[in-house]
Design a protein around this ligand. Structure first.
Ligand SMILES: [Zn+2]
Ligand SMILES: [Zn+2]
Length: 383
């Protein structure tokens, strides 16, 4: 391979699009504000339009179409398709099939389209600026999406839809309110740039900065600050291990408005079959990570032997709980298959699973206390 073929050809349309919108947002938007000023309703249009577009990516492109974490009524899918096109992030089909490859081959520099291991710039925006082999469009993983009429309609008419949503709608709103340029600059340009980079941060920063409480098998992180700006998508460590869950922030106090939107849509009859991962699987992931970190800390502890015995006992309890859980699962599965599961037995299994969840929760707390007592620096989940 020669030096020329090492740098793939530049994609001029995306390069010019990203640079011109970013420059306009940095220069024209403030200049117009200084010399002309904006009205409050233009800022309101920016916020409302920006939120509709943002949710169309997080709840639509991502959690609905890329991961099928729930099913949505056609009216909701149509809204997501229209406002998703307004974000200028490509069609649902291209976006979702690329994102599925990202999950399948995460951190593989040759196959993950926006592998974070290729650095911040590449995973944030660089991957779209050149024709990299890792970014080749391939719909073989998106046959289900090709059967969705709204997805295909948006894909086949992407240019007119995106022009109507990005120029037509702000122009109309500007004409109605008497300041076309102000509306185009805020609800058009600035909104696109904000929508772009909040999404892009998930591919870059959310793979570099934050905690790894559920898995360290990949670079994905949980980051509260990013979650705030990305409608809940910042709980990316959880998302990468449990991508079929419609939630990303699973705790009640975690900021995940996309989860709240999907839940509200289900109450209104616009969404159904919301998928969640069983609590016990989540606890298993957390505890596995805690044991891993405790082991690492133990190596540095001056009271190694004392702590090793305690840790071994905890590890045995953990293994026993998991074995029992697996046994309960297979009993439930076998009985359900043969339609033999009596009601009382089903209730007994559920109760036992709840007890196991409780005991794993207690173990998680014990491990936490144990690590604090190692008399070493606290074990960090950010590694
Ligand atoms: Zn995802
Ligand atoms: Zn990711």
């Amino acid at each position: 391979m020669n030096a020329v073929s090492k740098t793939p050809p530049r994609l001029w349309v995306t390069t010019l699009l990203f640079s011109s919108t970013a420059l306009a947002a940095l220069i024209l938007v403030p200049l117009y504000g200084i010399f002309h000023g904006y009205h409050w309703y233009q800022w309101l249009a920016f916020a409302v339009y920006g939120a509709l577009c943002g949710f169309s990516i997080t709840a639509g492109y991502h959690r609905l179409w890329s991961h099928r974490t729930y099913e949505a009524h056609w009216s909701l899918r149509l809204i997501f398709a229209l406002f998703g096109a307004a974000t200028l992030q490509n069609s649902i089909l291209i976006w979702a099939s690329g994102h599925r490859r990202h999950h399948r081959h995460v951190d593989d520099n040759d196959r993950d389209p926006y592998s974070a291991k290729r650095g911040f710039w590449f995973s944030h925006i660089g991957w779209m600026l050149r024709d990299y082999p890792s970014g080749k469009v391939d719909f073989s993983n998106a046959k289900d999406l090709q059967r969705d009429k709204i997805v295909m309609w948006q894909h086949n008419h992407y240019i007119p839809i995106t022009l109507a949503m990005n120029l037509g709608l702000p122009l109309l709103a500007g004409w109605l309110t008497g300041d076309i340029i102000g509306m185009l600059l805020l609800a058009g340009v600035l909104r696109i740039v904000v929508n772009h980079h909040t999404t892009f941060f998930i591919n870059s920063l959310a793979h570099m900065w934050g905690r790894r409480p559920y898995t360290d098998e990949n670079t994905a992180r949980d980051n509260d600050l990013l979650a705030f700006f990305t409608f809940g998508e910042g709980y990316h460590n959880y998302h990468h291990i449990f991508q079929t869950d419609y939630r990303n922030g699973i705790r009640w106090y975690q900021w995940d408005p996309t989860k709240w939107l999907i839940k509200t849509a289900s109450w209104l009859g616009l969404a159904r079959n919301l998928k969640t991962v069983p609590t016990i699987r989540i606890q298993r992931a957390i505890l596995t990570m805690q044991f891993k970190r405790a082991e690492q800390k133990l190596q540095q502890s001056s009271h190694k032997e004392r702590w090793r015995r305690v840790l071994e006992k905890e590890a045995q309890d953990f293994a026993a709980a998991l074995a029992e859980w697996k046994e309960l699962q297979s009993r439930r599965y076998e009985n359900a298959r043969e339609r033999l599961l009596a009601k009382w037995e089903s209730a007994a299994i559920r109760t036992r699973v709840k007890e196991l969840e409780y005991s794993l929760n207690m173990q998680r707390k014990r491990l936490q206390i144990m690590m604090e007592q190692f008399h070493l620096c606290p074990v960090s989940a950010t590694q």
